[in-house]
Design a protein. Structure first.
Length: 94
């Protein structure tokens, strides 16, 4: 980050860049799995230690840690992060 300061970025802007980078890196560590839903629609959820089965345990622990970190970095509840990553709304016009 010293390089950003050297080119004239403020400490606040440098911190914002670091936060954005951390968010992207944690998003890449999330693991997703298919989930049954009412009505036969497609659904997914983020794998966590609580939802991981068998060999997915370590992956679920990493995913859960990244989910918690994302909540802290973005200052939102982890449920909001999960909803933003797993819920899609579609609207039909006409």
């Amino acid at each position: 980050m010293r390089g950003l300061l050297a080119i004239g970025m403020s400490r606040e802007a440098t911190a914002d860049v670091a936060t954005a980078l951390a968010v992207v890196l944690h998003l890449c560590r999330l693991a997703f799995e298919a989930q049954a839903s009412a009505g036969g629609d497609e659904a997914s959820r983020i794998v966590t230690a609580a939802t991981a089965q068998g060999a997915q345990g370590a992956q679920g622990a990493r995913s859960a840690a990244s989910l918690a970190a994302l909540g802290r970095l973005l200052a939102v509840p982890t449920e909001a992060v999960q909803a933003a990553c797993c819920v899609r709304s579609m609207a039909a016009f006409g």
